[in-house]
Design a protein around this ligand. Structure first.
Ligand code: FES
Ligand code: FES
Length: 154
């Protein structure tokens, strides 16, 4: 039994299926980009993508994502460590302060831009409406999403 995470097959043990996905990612696989904030599916700090759709890992069992392709923030950068254009836009735009929300914000925005590569500012704002940030005031995050959009346009 395997799980595909960031394009890599991860072999599961019998007990892994019943584990909380966020705990499994962070403690078993050392993929610590996804953060535990509220732990009850509200803040979005734990967001990962399943088949390019945002998923709250704190609220998900490993068994629930078998057969789906998972992407964590560690999988968004290039293999050589170069930042994805959306990550770079967050850096360039000052869209990060403490950084706790950032992996979830970036992955949520990435999923949005894959479907909506030419968003209005209002659409960009709505795309992260379910992700909470205690630091930035959101404006720079929205700016970064809009700035990165051309990279998603074919
Ligand atoms: S930690 Fe999962 S939604 Fe807040
Ligand atoms: S940058 Fe601190 S919570 Fe968003």
């Amino acid at each position: 039994m395997t799980l595909v995470i960031n394009g890599r097959n991860v072999r599961l043990t019998a007990g892994d299926r019943r584990k909380n996905l966020l705990t499994f990612l962070r403690e078993d696989l050392d993929l610590t980009g996804a953060k535990r904030g509220c732990g009850i599916g509200i803040c979005g700090a734990c967001t990962v993508l399943a088949d390019n759709r945002p998923l709250r890992a704190c609220h998900t069992l490993v068994a629930d994502v078998l057969g789906r392709g998972l992407t964590t923030i560690e999988g968004l950068a290039a293999p050589d460590g170069g930042l994805h254009p959306l990550q770079q836009a967050f850096v360039d735009g000052g869209a990060i302060q403490c950084g706790y929300c950032t992996p979830g914000m970036v992955l949520t925005a990435h999923a949005f831009l894959l479907k909506h590569p030419d968003p209005t500012r209002q659409e960009a704002r709505r795309s992260i409406g379910s992700n909470l940030c205690r630091c930035t005031g959101y404006q720079q995050i929205i700016d970064a999403i809009v700035a990165a959009a051309p990279h998603y346009q074919k």
